[in-house]
Ligand binder design. Sequence first.
Ligand code: ATP
Length: 358
Amino acid sequence: MSSVTLDHVYKRFGNAKGVEDVHIHIESGEFFTFLGPSGCGKTTTLRMIAGFYFPTEGQIRFGSQEVTALPPHKRNTGMVFQNYALFPHMTVFENIAFGLQVRKINKTDTKERALRIMKLVRLEGYGDRRIDQLSGGQQQRVALARALVIEPQILLLDEPLSNLDAKLREETRFEIKRLQLELGITTIYVTHDQAEAMSMSDRIMVMQSGEVQQIGTPHEIYHHPVNRFVASFIGETNLWEGTVVGIEGDEVKVRIASGHVLSGLKQNASPRARLTEGETITMSIRPESVQESTVTEGANVVSGSVEMSEFTGACVNYTTMVGQEQLRSMSINLGRPVKQRGDSIGLHIPKESIYFAG
Ligand code: ATP
């Protein structure tokens, strides 16, 4: 297994920007995800690691070995493509064994390794099937087996679940994570699906328009988004602007448009947030942290009028107008009557749950 370092890597396509200044160190054995919307540069970055693209600037290293200009077959990476890129006229066994034959591994070892990997991805007994006789989920596992059978140092996965239906996607993400933990293989995963990224990764790199926005654990990215883009791309959140009106010890007081003053904690500010009096600041408040209050006034309680309510059994979700601003909340159902559109409501926003995104 190997670590992967991208040292100030840039990729331009003519005059067009691909990615800009990607600077990361992925630890050996880490599950690392590139996350972002379409066109943000995830695939370009992955392709540079695989060797399908060469950087315009910067260096790529696997461990201490520089690989920046090496072609793909000299890098010892295994890759799973979005469309799997399997050979449709070959059997499952032939597809999996192909990479070993190319590497001139003898027949006995090829068979032994292919069978072992088929067992690992739960494809035992499918060796003689043709690819077009398999379900989407089974094809996905063949693609995974084909990438793993060459015993790569690094596994690269480019949106490997996007062709599967929702239920299978969830099952398969669990399978991939199981395999990765079992093999301890350094894995780089590309997706635009934040739930996938959050549930599988040790760390996530969030990208937008070819630029890295934030690198962190799922917990850090969710709870300490560095800017509005990250806060709104990862899960649901309320983004409110306010003016810093006071700082007292560990607490920051912020006045919002409705006139309410909220207290937050200094420690919940991203490095980009300017916590000086008079500054306008963006707050990220997750709906699940906002709870219905029995009062309409008090510390960190805002009052408003219910615009929409939704009863899901376990939860009561409200969209409330607080002045001109919307506040979405997701409260655990405590058996209180559900408020309806037009009812007034008090909502408590705990100070620990306000994040200053800058
Ligand atoms: P998607 O999720 O849609 O695959 P992505 O985040 O993987 O998107 P990339 O495919 O890496 O994004 O593209 C990043 C940028 O680089 C885009 O603006 C894209 O148009 C551009 N780009 C990618 N490959 C090429 C190429 N071969 N020639 C020219 N521009 C390219």
